[in-house]
Design a protein around this ligand. Structure first.
Ligand SMILES: *Cc1c(COP(=O)(O)O)cnc(C)c1O
Length: 375
């Protein structure tokens, strides 16, 4: 443990997420694999990417994995592979990272925002049917904060209306829904390996997973100029490749993912215990162990006050996200209906520090500080 530097800014600040601490906790393995890639001399689409695609697909419980440049491009390529294009509508949530909607726009389609379930913050299945029109082609449920969307009713509605389901798993590597890992339930699923995600690279990275060989083949072509064989394009593809260094580091971290997710769950347990008598609204989970706590988000109507109070004590908190997508300047034109839960929660949500290497003493300090604030 001597190499671990779990805090930021000269050890003064408890961070919300801490990719450097994760590097330090797997330092020798990561440095060794990086050296091997450098020595080998193949830096794009080599053994590391191929092995990582297999290992990650197997971990999720699907047949195919295709490594791509990042999570946004994973979504974009999945939409194109699913045949989504000009003027098509894609149903998703406004309570998510803006990348979910920007991928839809990049595919020339129209995002149609649906409100979230007030308990789990994921798409409200009861509001999906009324958003479907003859232009609807796909649904992108987002497993926000590490908790699965309610996939059974979503899949049922999608099958009845012949819609493709693309899971946005960027915050939920390893999470479960009814005994299956998220990413294995929809037609396609997209992951981001941005450094702060539960499985994070040391740069950008992403993956599309699917059980359908046709989708897998199309994405494989799209990510590299539409090439089936070198220099011969069969699709109007472009370049969105995962590189060997990222894949090598991700293979190391994948081996630790369940253990690291369990550490997040342990931290969540301490927060639940410590804050159960507070006035804050704490996260909910349907299934024991299903939630992988990419973020631990509480709700309070005193958010700005408590953020400042915690900051004074050296505790960083964040808001995911301060402005729902449908209220952002370029997306407001897509708003068709009111999203009361999304709009109410954006003023209340607050993400507390959570990452596998977070120290017990620091967790206690967060809990004690919140209690002190409430006195
Ligand atoms: C991080 C994230 C993305 C985008 O991933 P990038 O790798 O940053 O492009 C998409 N959707 C959600 C929900 C995310 O959290």
């Amino acid at each position: 443990m001597d190499n671990i530097c779990p805090r930021g800014e000269n050890n003064m600040i408890i961070l919300c997420a801490n990719p450097k601490a994760q590097y330090l906790s797997h330092k020798s393995e990561i440095e060794e694999t990086i050296k091997n890639v450098l020595d080998k001399g193949k830096y794009i689409l080599g053994d590391q990417v191929e092995s990582f695609e297999k290992e990650f697909a197997e971990y999720i419980g699907v047949k195919f994995g295709i490594g791509v440049g990042n999570g946004t491009e994973a979504l974009h390529l999945a939409l194109i592979a699913a045949g989504v294009g000009e003027g098509d509508e894609v149903i998703t949530v406004s309570h998510t990272a803006v990348a979910t909607a920007s991928a839809i726009i990049q595919a020339k389609a129209i995002p149609v925002f649906v409100d979230i379930d007030p308990t789990f913050y994921t798409i409200d299945p009861n509001k999906i049917s009324e958003a479907i029109t003859e232009k609807t082609k796909a649904i992108i449920p987002v497993h926000i904060y590490g908790h699965s969307a309610d996939m059974d009713p979503i899949m049922k509605i999608a099958r009845e209306n012949k819609l493709t389901v693309i899971e946005d798993c960027a915050q939920a590597h390893g999470a479960f829904y009814s005994g299956s890992r998220v990413g294995s339930i929809g037609d396609l699923a997209c992951f981001s390996f941005y450094p702060t995600k539960n499985l994070g690279a040391i740069g950008d990275g992403g993956m599309v997973v699917t059980n359908y060989p046709d989708f897998a083949e199309r994405i494989r072509l799209l990510r590299e100029y539409g090439w089936k064989e070198r220099y011969i394009s069969h699709l109007p593809g472009w370049n969105s490749r995962l590189d060997e260094l990222q894949a090598a580091v991700l293979r190391v971290k994948l081996k630790h993912l369940d253990k690291d997710n369990n550490k997040r769950k342990d931290i969540a347990k301490l927060y639940f215990e410590g804050l159960k008598n507070s006035k804050f609204n704490l996260p909910s989970t349907k299934e024991d162990g299903g939630h992988v706590y990419h973020l631990y988000v509480i709700r309070t109507n005193k958010r700005e006050l408590i953020m400042d109070f915690l900051k004074e004590k050296g505790i960083n908190t964040l808001i995911h996200y301060p402005m729902p997508i449908h209220q952002q300047p370029i997306y407001s034109k897509y708003t068709r209906v009111k999203l009361p839960v999304t709009e109410k929660y954006k003023d209340e949500i607050l993400s507390l520090p959570i990452y596998p290497e977070l120290l017990k003493d620091d967790i206690s300090l967060v809990i004690d500080s919140i209690k002190e604030f409430e006195l």
